[in-house]
Design a protein around this ligand. Structure first.
Ligand SMILES: Cc1ncc(COP(=O)(O)O)c(C=O)c1O
Length: 368
């Protein structure tokens, strides 16, 4: 088969998109390199996985997989609302916060509208916005953080949407509360400002600007995104949520697919939230591992961006793609940052102590 009239005639916006490059999986490396003992530190997952209580809840739901879930997701939304101190009519859910990232531009970006993003951030914001024919306005980070003042200055009469990844993937940096508050004061209220907080549970910076505080304080153009994929160890299940002013939340729920969660996610969410001890232990271990990795990398003479997330970005001082390949042959999967234009940088997720040490040992073998 060669040409295809359907593909050739697709919407031009589709042709501008870049397919998502996921971190390599253990299965792929096993298949390609015939290595059995593999440590995956490339997708910012939780090395300890979900709470045993979640697994129990899922097992109890298996006999009911023959029927659709309840469409209102009432109990799940109530549990999320309680955990976040908000009303249930502000909560929307989806199979991964990724799907809500996809919905937001569908809600507010018309052809030619401007969408403001950082130049080094989670790539899905741009792709989801471009699909709606949004015009991307990229603002460089300043000292590895979102430059909120420059982002505010980039707002024009055509701006409809702004994305703030907080903590930012791949840098792990956060926006401070006071600067975020001053920033929001300057943004017109018809411009949606998304705080993607996929990693917020790992933050220990007291100055952290939590988007939810701003939404609660009356900035009703703020949309907060959170996920069960990271601190709750449920990346494989796919469960994320958004919190937004009720009129925005209603529209998000209107345009989503009707059954955008399966019965297992619906039961897993409340069970995960009910076991805060498990989540806190994962977070505590992750923070320790983050400090350990950062210290060891600095001791090797490498530049490390101070991280508030469950990963660390560092400058290897050599070609990052080549180093990634060499680490792969040693059974360690990391994420080269060349896709962000950081050709010598590597992002490594925090794993268990053993995994972190395995990564460091492989790195030392490679770069001395
Ligand atoms: C910043 C950020 N937002 C959203 C997501 C998507 O997470 P989810 O698994 O909830 O779709 C990721 C995944 O890595 C992420 O890094």
């Amino acid at each position: 088969m060669t040409g295809n009239d359907v593909a050739a005639g697709c919407r031009p916006a589709v042709l501008t998109l870049v397919e998502y490059v996921a971190g390599k999986t253990v299965e792929e490396v096993r298949r390609e390199l015939h290595i059995d003992d593999i440590v995956k530190l490339s997708s910012n997952e939780n090395a300890w996985g979900p709470s045993p209580r979640v697994l129990e809840a899922i097992a109890g739901m298996l006999p009911r997989l023959g029927t659709y879930p309840e469409r209102s997701f009432h109990e799940l939304k109530e549990a999320i609302a309680d955990a976040n101190g908000v009303a249930a009519d502000t909560v929307c859910v989806g199979h991964g916060s990724e799907t809500i990232i996809q919905l937001i531009p569908q809600l507010c970006v018309r052809p030619g509208d401007e969408v403001v993003v950082a130049d080094v951030t989670f790539g899905r914001y741009e792709e989801a916005s471009k699909l709606m024919d949004g015009r991307i306005v990229r603002v460089p980070l300043a000292d590895w953080r979102h430059d909120l003042e420059a982002m505010a200055a980039a707002v024009t009469g055509r701006t409809r949407l702004m994305w703030i990844c907080n903590p930012n993937n791949p840098t792990g940096t956060v926006v401070p509360r006071e600067r975020a508050a001053a920033f929001l004061e300057t943004i017109p209220r018809h411009v949606a400002v998304v705080f993607d907080q996929a990693y917020f549970e790992f933050v220990d910076d007291p100055e952290y600007g939590d988007g939810l505080d701003f939404l609660k304080a009356g900035f009703d153009n703020v949309i907060v995104l959170r996920t069960f994929s990271k601190a709750y160890g449920l990346a494989g299940l796919r469960l994320g949520y958004g919190i937004a002013a009720p009129p925005v939340r209603r529209l998000l729920d209107t345009i989503k697919e009707p059954f955008n969660l399966n019965r297992l996610s619906v039961i897993a969410g409340p069970a995960a939230l009910a076991d805060q001890d498990w989540m806190r232990r994962c977070v505590a271990e992750t923070r320790d591992g983050r400090a350990f990795l950062s210290r060891e990398l600095r001791d090797m003479g490498l530049t490390v961006v101070p991280s508030q997330a469950n990963f660390v970005l560092f400058d290897s001082g050599r070609d990052g793609d080549a180093l990634f390949e060499r680490l792969l042959r040693r059974g360690v999967i990391v994420r080269p940052a060349s896709g962000w234009g950081l050709d010598t940088w590597i992002r490594v997720s925090v794993g268990t102590r053993e995994q972190n040490e395995r990564f460091l040992a492989a790195l030392r073998e490679e770069i001395g």
